[in-house]
Design a protein around this ligand. Structure first.
Ligand SMILES: [Zn+2]
Length: 204
């Protein structure tokens, strides 16, 4: 599920909204929090939070149609943290952590969401849909991404203080930033300032 999508609306620490499309469903899941220092971004506190994410993600699943139990919420956090470690290992060319891969494979072995097509040609999901199915769909997407031809295009945003991970699906393959409107622009401003400072120092 690496097709284009509207992207997720995120907020900077200063509260500015920006749109982030990481290029794959499984990477969209990483925006819900994560292990270690990423715990401060945790948004999966109650079962309904997983359903809310499923709506804003490229699954575009109506949250009222997704049944999530407390056990599935805990499984969601475990899968997400495993995906983080696999994503970072992939981005940095390190060996993939075996325990996390087995977590991912286990989630992928469950029945996934069932895609359906409506009379007007739109995609919908078969019902009832359960949390473990959504997690299986995410895990299967991760298997495809990390074992597929775009695995070497999985990158961390080039900004020093940005933790976001994306897959560069562009033809030229030169994407550096989570979003131009966020880190891309900040970098431009910084580069401009640095150039001005150098010019001021070298101008007699
Ligand atoms: Zn960034």
């Amino acid at each position: 599920m690496t097709t284009t999508a509207p992207g997720l609306v995120l907020h900077t620490p200063e509260g500015t909204r920006f749109t982030f499309d990481p290029g794959a469903l499984c990477l969209e899941f990483l925006t819900t929090g994560g292990p270690g220092a990423l715990a401060r971004h945790e948004v999966l506190h109650a079962p309904g939070d997983l359903a809310s994410w499923a709506r804003s993600s490229r699954l575009a699943l109506d949250p009222s149609l997704l049944q999530v139990g407390a056990g599935e919420l805990a499984a969601a956090r475990r899968l997400r943290d495993a995906l983080w470690r696999v994503a970072r290992a992939t981005a940095h060319g390190r060996p993939l952590p075996a325990e996390d891969l087995s977590q991912m494979n286990q989630a992928a072995s469950r029945p996934p969401l069932v895609p359906q097509i409506t009379a007007d040609g739109a995609r919908a999901w078969g019902l009832p849909a359960e949390g473990s199915q959504a997690l299986s769909t995410v895990a299967r997407d991760a298997v495809e991404l990390f074992s597929g031809p775009l695995a070497h295009r999985v990158r961390e945003c080039a900004a020093q203080d940005c933790y976001l991970v994306f897959v560069d699906t562009s033809r030229p393959g030169r994407r550096r930033w989570c979003a131009m409107e966020r880190c891309g622009n900040r970098n431009k401003v910084r580069a401009l300032r640095a150039r001005r400072d150098t010019e001021e120092r070298t101008t007699p």
